[in-house]
Design a protein around this ligand. Structure first.
Ligand SMILES: [Fe+2]
Ligand SMILES: [Fe+2]
Length: 260
């Protein structure tokens, strides 16, 4: 069993597909992960299940790996031994979670934006340009900028979970680029396709951050690191050169327009 703890999860799932279902039962969804080289032990650690739940999960996995055999169930070593106590973010993590709320409000509007696409009118084109400006300036530069340039630097950037986060950000940028290219060609179908894909990608991405990554980072940062992180976030916000308020107003206006 110990040997499997140091194996990549995708490799284990390829060999024992039922492991994926077992992980899903514990809300550990590895299928959407674009990297998939995370080790079994890291996945268990990062999700911070209670000791009982972790033993239950490991026992089920052991049964899948060694059917009918009695296997000693290992306990995954944690860097910090905190029992999960619900989601309680530190101040800087709460800043990111709050920004996610505004990004999720844009995502909720995407189906309406797509249903009302009109590349032939000035207003219709402006709506796409404004949505892209929100994504590029607020979601990417303002929000992902703090994650990539500050927060992720506190950790080993070779960690699979961080590679996944970077890959998601990159993929988001390529959807936005494709939207603008399609706008030039007045190709509504492609605009709709990439906006919808962006919404699905970011929904999954934000869930991973809110529920897994940020709580795990909070558990692994010292009080003084959290204080430093907070002041670095504040400084980044002050030097961004535009007020995020205008993006809140944009979402308010769009929600009114589409009567959300
Ligand atoms: Fe992110
Ligand atoms: Fe984020």
């Amino acid at each position: 069993m110990e040997a499997y703890l140091n194996k990549g999860i995708k490799e284990i799932i390829d060999q024992f597909p039922e492991v994926e279902e077992i992980l899903n039962e514990y809300d550990i969804g590895c299928a959407p992960c674009s990297v998939g080289t995370c080790l079994l032990k890291d996945i268990v650690e990062i999700h911070n299940l209670s000791a009982d739940k972790e033993q239950e999960l490991m026992a089920k996995i052991a049964q899948a790996l060694y059917p009918g055999k009695e296997v000693k169930i290992p306990r995954i070593e944690r860097k910090t031994e905190t029992e999960p106590k619900g989601l309680n973010y530190s101040l800087p993590m709460q800043m990111l979670v709050d920004e996610h709320v505004l990004i999720k409000r844009l995502i909720a509007l995407i189906p309406e934006v797509v249903a009302n696409l009109d590349v032939n009118s000035k207003e219709g084109r402006q709506l796409i340009i404004d949505a892209v400006d929100f994504i590029r300036s607020y979601a990417d530069k303002y929000h992902h900028g703090k994650e990539e340039d500050i927060l992720f630097k506190y950790f080993d950037e070779n960690l699979d979970i961080l590679k996944v986060m970077h890959a998601d950000h990159k993929q988001g940028r390529s959807h936005v680029k494709a939207v603008l290219e399609a706008l030039d060609r007045q190709d509504e179908a492609t605009i709709g396709k990439h906006l919808t894909a962006y919404g699905a990608l970011l929904t999954e991405h934000i869930n991973k951050e809110d529920e897994i990554l940020l709580p795990w980072m909070d558990r692994n940062l010292s009080i003084s690191q959290i204080g430093k992180l907070f002041s670095e976030f504040k400084e980044a916000d002050e030097t961004i050169g535009y007020s995020p308020l205008k993006y809140e107003e944009f979402i308010d206006r769009l929600e009114k327009e589409f009567k959300k």
